[in-house]
Design a protein. Structure first.
Length: 441
């Protein structure tokens, strides 16, 4: 048994440090897939990815290849991408439209969009007297145990028991509220397609970096400085540099001490929020035009509440990192102990003027895409971390920064004033990890 090959996991996680094997041991990775990714709510995609009946999108949940598919009745189903006959994957493409039903390419068994068997060629003559036939559920495509969506964001759990999606999300649901509320029509729409990046590092290294306020002004310093120099030159020449330069120069101008003024809020299940908005609410004509549309849609009071939400980043453990004010998210798909796929998506605010979308697209390209130096800076660290942790140069990873300054209120850990660079989010994630990994089954 896998469990028996792994020594006592509680010895791997201490309040201020974690053993390196947590990132590098292939057996621990397998157990993580069983106990975390294939049990909890994992983000599949947005409903607008599959607008028409028969539209499907392939998605990985833990080690399982899954399909998110729109049914003729409008519902979104999540199915294992596997034919019940001899195991053929039903869809080899990443996305497409399956028509009125799925048809296996091997021997033409067909299935409804909810996975139910539709037909088997010459079923009566071929299967008379056997266990196979229309009434046997084993002849249908297997469904994810549970599927729920919140404001158009579809999640699936491969475990039939556990909390509802909203109970699981808790306060982290603000990621979707903040994103959708910023749309005059109260909804977002996905922009097809996403960037995909395969990182040569463990999945937890990526997640730990998302709310690591200590790293941006160091890791991205050279990128920020170069952008800052050009921004100043343009300002000198024309009086005003495009806002896109600010998106990059902030990495140099927001120094470590300023990041300490931000705050992280750490919730049950490993979810965390980093407050602060990097000053991206300028008073330029595009923003003012957007504000006007929003005030018309919501009224002044509600508008102020919506744009006043002070979030930089929401991490929904163990698979999602959301930057709601800029309509971006990154979904984390572990592929192996040292290989992690991230899908990088962005969204349109329905009803918002086009320049607001262009701003989101600029951030997507400049900060989150594989083409940007910001992403490259991070990827290099992730790979180097994984290499270092694979060595015998030390046994522990430290998460001790500002330990002892955490303020706990009703199960929520807030960082104290002036402690924005605390490693509380990493401590919180590892606390959830240990709970999931050692829970009685
Ligand atoms: S494997 Fe799908 S019909 Fe045979
Ligand atoms: Fe970074």
């Amino acid at each position: 048994m896998l469990q028996e090959r792994i020594p006592d996991l509680t010895k791997y996680v201490e309040p201020d440090r974690v053993r390196r094997e947590v990132y590098t041991d292939a057996d621990i990775f397998e157990l993580e897939m069983q106990r975390i990714h294939e049990r909890v709510w994992i983000y599949c995609g947005h409903e607008s990815q599959v607008p028409r009946a028969g539209d499907y999108y392939a998605v990985q949940i833990g080690r399982q290849p899954m399909l998110m598919v729109r049914g003729a009745d409008g519902s979104v189903n999540v199915l294992y991408n596997r034919c019940p006959h001899r195991g053929n994957m039903m869809c080899g493409d990443r996305h497409g439209n399956t028509g009125d039903f799925f048809r296996c390419s091997y021997h033409a068994w067909t299935f409804h969009h909810d996975g139910r068997l539709k037909s088997i060629p010459m079923m009566e003559s071929g299967y008379a007297g056997t266990r196979y036939g229309r009434d046997n559920p084993d002849c249908s495509m297997k469904r994810a145990a549970r599927v729920e969506s919140y404001r158009g964001f579809v999640f699936a759990s491969l475990s039939s028991d556990g909390e509802s999606l909203l109970e699981f999300l808790g306060e982290s649901k603000v990621a979707f509220d903040d994103m959708c509320d910023r749309a005059p029509e109260g909804e977002v729409e996905i922009v097809p397609n996403c960037f995909r990046v395969i990182q040569h590092s463990n999945w937890k290294i990526f997640l730990e970096n998302q709310l690591d306020a200590l790293h941006p002004s160091v890791t991205h310093q050279s990128t920020g400085r170069a952008a800052h120099d050009v921004e100043k030159l343009i300002e000198k020449k024309t009086g005003k540099a495009p806002i896109s330069y600010h998106m990059l120069s902030a990495f140099a101008t927001v120094t470590i001490d300023k990041w300490d003024n931000f705050q992280t809020l750490n919730y049950p299940h490993g979810h965390c929020i980093l407050t602060g908005y990097m000053g991206l609410r300028p008073q330029d004509p595009d923003t003012l035009a957007y504000d006007k549309v929003m005030i018309k849609a919501y009224g002044q009071k509600r508008f102020e509440e919506i744009v006043g939400v002070n979030i930089h980043h929401v991490l929904i453990y163990p698979g999602l990192s959301v930057q709601s004010p800029l309509q971006q998210l990154r979904a984390v798909r572990p592929l192996g102990v040292d290989r992690t796929l991230t899908e990088i998506w962005h969204f349109r605010l329905k009803g918002a003027p086009e320049p607001i979308y262009r701003r989101s697209l600029a951030y997507y390209n400049l900060v989150n895409s594989p083409a940007t130096l910001v992403n490259a800076d991070d990827l290099e660290n992730f790979w180097k971390c994984h290499k270092g942790l694979s060595s015998e140069g030390g046994d522990w990873v430290s998460f001790a920064r500002h330990l002892g300054h955490d303020i706990e209120k009703n199960g929520v850990v807030e960082t104290a004033a002036g402690c924005g660079t605390s490693e509380a989010p990493m401590r919180n994630q590892m606390k959830a990890w240990a709970q999931y990994m050692t829970a009685e089954k």
